[in-house]
Write a protein that binds this ligand. Sequence first.
Ligand SMILES: [Zn+2]
Length: 326
Amino acid sequence: MKRKIKFTIVILVIAIISAGALIGQYNIKSEAQPTVKKKEQESFVTIVDSNPLTVSTKKVQVYVDPALYSTTAETANDYVALKESPNAKSATLVNLYRGEWGVYLASQNDWIKINSNDGKIGWLKKENTQIMTSTRKVKPTLTQFKVVLDAGHGGIDTGAESDDGTLTEKELTLQTVKKIGAALEKIGVSVAYTRTQDNYLALEDITKKSMAESADLFISIHYDKYDYDNGMNGQTTYYYYQDDKFAATSINTALQKNLALNNNGIRLGNYFVLRQSNRPSLLLELGYLNSDSDLALIKQADFQDKVATGIVAGIQTYVNELNLNQ
Ligand SMILES: [Zn+2]
């Protein structure tokens, strides 16, 4: 009898977790379609009466043995075929970039079924996968929200230099993340940094930090440089995962309002720090160091404060939207 009750509880818990995962997934994936029926949503909220609510998703990373690809040039080994069925001879739906994450759906023999970033459902060979559970908060408040800030470059990696030789990207990014962090802490957001000093970090250490901290949002800060002076200008917001497009828009819109820089909008960027992490991630390029007009703005004493104000406003919008749409 006792066993039966235990078994029933286990089944109930599994049902509740699955319902939560489905509702979360559904709402994030397709804003345009009508959401889950109101009745189901209400019963879900009533049953799980804890705060913050969390939803765990089993995620699958496309694994390619580092010995098989080049770190300097793109090769065929950068990609892994997503197959239509669990069979090497079946059609290739899409080639997934190494390190990219998808959502785990099922497994069969030596194959794993995933929903990929571009929405294609297919199969990967088990040897080409790494599986991890990623947990996110449902309806987080600002005080439950954690941002991991990454000051781009550092140590031996100087990054870009201003065309007048007075500024280096690694110094600017570090000053900027400190301003952003202080402004976020003022509104109750928790902040963690990938670096607080002038030291070099391997890219995998940056993504590992973001995942270990379970970042609700990871933001990597950079300053741009074009091939030739004054060839480009403005601020650009990069994202990699479709699910992060909405965070990118929130932050970019707020930055556009606060900065005098031209705004280049949101763009898909296949950057390691975005692609290799299973946390929501953005990379911000805050103007060109070899554009005279951008550099004049970047050098203004309150430029970084304006960046911080913009990011705070963008995160407030993003958290509000998460609360409305989840
Ligand atoms: Zn950079």
